[in-house]
Design a protein around this ligand. Sequence first.
Ligand code: SAM
Length: 240
Amino acid sequence: MPAQNEELSFSGSDPGAVKYGNFINYYSFHSSKNRTNNLDPKMFPTAVNDIIICLDVGCNTGELTKDMYLYLKNIYNDLSVKMLAIDIDPTLIERAKEGNDICDITFITCDIVSDAGRKLVQDYKETQKKQMFDVIFCFSITMWIHINNGDEKLIELLNFLKGNTRSLIIEPQPWKCYKNAQRRMKRSGKDFELFESLKIRDNVDKKIEEILNKNNHTKVYESPLSSWNRKILSYHLKMN
Ligand SMILES: C[S@@+](CC[C@H](N)C(=O)[O-])C[C@H]1O[C@@H](n2cnc3c(N)ncnc32)[C@H](O)[C@@H]1O
């Protein structure tokens, strides 16, 4: 079921107390340039044909998406790059569309946890005639999936992404961020109901790494910590 309007708006008077991390004006606080500065060409797989297809999960208003697109155009020497960028919040997606002048990026409202959302992602791959995305970006979204849907859904998401991509570039939030989010939500009179029941907690970033490193993918790059203390990891599908 799509997220309801009431769930998408902020709680009380604090625009930072949002259920899904769907902050309005996110990029006035976290410049997308600071984030792309922490990327490295080693994070990206070699091209297998003349088109690179990417998925950006939780794209907010699309500033980082657009900067990543330009970064990719640069490292892939002007191969064709196509991106699907999705977010659960339709208002953010409308703003992303309004500010978008790159026809290779498609912004769509979509909940990545839902069956319909996953189908949309699969369908995009098929319309591009690819079995796998070349790159999936998952920046600062793992916590929002986890805190709203629980341990199993986080694991399921990571496995879904792995099953659909040659490379996964991920910036997970550490446990400290969960505690801050819960504190902020409580101050505005609500809370994340699943917070206390999460079994994956203090070591969540390690657990995510463990899941991503299993089976067919392996870590190829880890960035230094960013100015806001997060690192970006890159996992590639192992060659058989
Ligand atoms: C903190 S923002 C990160 C934005 C961007 N990825 C970045 O790092 O600059 C998290 C985004 O994930 C979106 N989001 C949260 N849960 C989602 C879900 N289940 N499906 C799709 N998007 C989701 C939110 O609406 C929000 O825009």
